[in-house]
Design a protein around this ligand. Structure first.
Ligand code: PLP
Length: 444
């Protein structure tokens, strides 16, 4: 390594470690303050006690960046300590030494169990965004082919499409699936997708739960529609359904592998409550075979063997080939297993029902207020963990600030037409909901 680079790294190491010491010190203090709580999965108070969330705040932005429950924090701490004690052997033993000891395989197995699929259908990413980029960038689109999408996608989805279309000489077309999100009709949305598909449409890209309106799309029905449209197409022109699934994953009790989409990307650092900088892509082997990997993987044998033997890799692309290298924050990646386990201990159906119930209370309370316009459908089948709304005479940013002044944590949606957004999760109680509604009530 050139001296200058070593010097820079050494210098930043000192700065980083002193910074890290400061923040770790704070975390340790908070952790020490919290008495150890036994975990009783069917008791919501006990569930909440597994988190270090400030007790004086009503945390109603749960979709954003997970606070990790105790088992996830403990797993991260355990791995981090082992890395700090002997980084070479701990990484080598768990990543490279023996195929059956590769820890990432356990992460894929845990994710596969959660999605109702197989471990070899999972690629490990660092976020929803990374997953979407790997999918679109890797799809070998032909010049003239089209990606059909909606006007409701978030930036990383649209941007992944734009970059891929530029690269492959393809195009992107956006259609609205609804004008009024409050009155969202799945039938009309599906009819619009069906009518919009053209002979050169190769990809349909949608989002399971829209983060600007809270609308939940019926992915299975969309997949059925696309399967129907594919009946007269050959494999080369088959329409592929790509889903940004992050705000349904960990909320809605549906097996992703049974929904019928072709590619599904979701971060596990939001509703799954996993470590920061973690995520997955799920796809069937036949669809992985369509992708050209973007980032060299260190989880796949064939591409590395091929490199050593100075030949191109042979055989179809597999999920592991698309899992990016180089080294990751493995203490985070591996602790994702505990997040899936935490969900399973509580029960996916119970989690879904709790989230729908709490957000339902928010919606009903807001719908009764004359100075509020609700954007999220009241129907729990058409929504999930978001409640988006406007307060007349106030911008979303000022509403969020007022809520914060009253110890309620909400967000303003970062879209061209922003809204105020609540997002109740399993860490909330009806008391948090009332607190939030009381503040909005005062904004007449
Ligand atoms: C719909 C949607 N997709 C993707 C993302 C980005 O997720 P990540 O941080 O996992 O890349 C967000 C962020 O909340 C989002 O709302």
């Amino acid at each position: 390594m050139p001296l200058s680079r070593r010097k820079i790294l050494a210098g930043s190491g000192i700065a980083a470690s002193s910074l890290a010491l400061g923040s770790v010190g704070n975390i340790a203090t908070a952790a020490q303050k919290a008495a150890p709580q036994p975990f009783v999965p069917h008791d919501w108070k006990s569930v909440r006690a597994q988190f270090l969330l400030s007790p004086d705040l009503a945390h109603l932005s749960n979709f954003f960046f997970a606070s990790n429950p105790a088992p996830v924090r403990e797993a991260i701490a355990k791995y981090r300590r082992a890395f700090d004690e002997n980084p070479y052997n701990f990484l080598d033993d768990n990543m490279f030494e023996r195929d059956q000891d590769m820890k990432w395989r356990d992460v894929c197995a845990a994710a596969a169990e959660y999605v109702g699929g197989q471990p070899d259908e999972i690629a490990l990413t660092s976020s929803t965004t990374m997953g979407l980029a790997l999918i679109y960038n890797g799809l070998r689109l032909k010049a003239g082919q089209e990606i059909l999408t909606t006007t409701h996608e978030f930036y990383p989805h649209h941007e992944s499409m734009r970059l891929a279309a530029d690269k492959w000489g393809a195009s992107v077309r956006k259609i609205p699936l609804y004008e009024s999100s409050l009155n969202f009709s799945p039938d009309k949305a599906i009819a619009r997708i069906r009518a919009a598909v053209r002979p050169h449409t190769r990809v349909v890209g949608v989002t399971w739960v829209h983060s600007n309106t809270g609308v939940r799309l019926p992915i299975t029905r969309i997949a059925d529609t696309i399967a129907d449209l594919n009946r007269n197409r050959n494999e080369e022109n088959r329409i592929l359904l790509v889903v940004d699934g992050v705000h349904g994953f960990g909320v809605i009790d549906e097996d992703v592998a049974a929904m019928g989409c072709d590619f599904f990307s979701a971060g596990t650092h939001k509703w799954i409550l996993g470590p920061h900088g973690t995520g997955i892509i799920w796809a069937k082997p036949q669809n992985w075979a369509l992708l050209q990997p973007t980032i060299p993987s260190i989880m796949a044998k064939e591409p590395e063997d091929a490199w050593r033997q100075e030949r191109p890799p042979t055989g179809p692309t597999e999920a592991s080939w698309v899992s990016p290298g180089g080294f990751f924050a493995y203490e985070h990646q591996w602790a994702t297993i505990e997040a899936f386990r935490f969900h399973q201990q509580i029960g996916r159906t119970r989690i879904q029902n709790r989230i729908l119930e709490l957000n339902g209370q928010l919606k009903e309370g807001l719908a009764r207020m004359k100075h509020v316009t609700l954007h999220t459908p009241l129907n729990p089948h058409h929504s999930a963990g978001f409640v988006c709304f406007d307060v007349h005479g106030h911008t979303p940013k000022t509403v969020v600030q007022t809520l914060r002044n009253h110890h309620v944590i909400a967000s303003s949606t970062p879209y061209s037409t922003p809204h105020t957004r609540f997002s109740a999760g399993i860490i909330n109680s009806p008391h948090d909901i009332n607190k939030a509604l009381n503040v909005i009530h005062t904004l007449t």
